[in-house]
Design a protein around this ligand. Sequence first.
Ligand code: FES
Length: 235
Amino acid sequence: MRCTFIIHRYDPAADTEPRYQEYSVDAEPTDKILDCLNKIRWEQDPTLTYRYSCAHGICGSDALMINGRIELACQKLVRDFKTGYNFVIEPLPLFNVIKDLIVDLNPFFNKHRYVRPYLITDEDMPTTEWLQTRENQEFVEPALRCILCASCTSACPINRANGNYLGPAALLRSFRYIFDSRDTATGSRLAQMDSEDGVWGCRSMWWCTDVCPKEIPVTKCLAQIKRLIKQEAKK
Ligand code: FES
């Protein structure tokens, strides 16, 4: 079938402002949107610029706006859309556009680094595999599915209003370590979360949960951090 793609274009070296360019592509209903972008780039316009790597929903590098909704281009098929095979492809909102569909994710990864996304422990390193309890593993498991695609942070309206807000992805990564039984930095991690730029900035609007391509219950995880902060305050 013939599909029409209207794609956001912007080259800071040549354009004074963004524009949209239309392409026509032969695609099967089972083709991924990423397949269609590749066809355009490989067969029609090698200047079209976008990110991808794994093409299988693992690396998180091809989150885009597809017909007004944030999606992974490698996870959505042509047949998933009821738009008469017309597609509007735009970069993630919130972030500055570097070129065409590529945005600057440095602010996103800076916030991710800020929450110390690694195990911190006072204990000696074990000589054998260091297991969590099954219950603990199951509790943090949803957060382990995060692929850092930035969809949640991009969708979050609080992030758009407050540039200092850590955002759902960084808060979710903090959740993953706060509730890890092997991590001993819980107190300082909770202190880091206990502000309007931290977990209290979250107004439980669920947009992050709605767009997460890994179906992580992000809003619920952040609520667990809020609950623990309140519990600790009562002690
Ligand atoms: S290309 Fe890796 S998640 Fe889509």
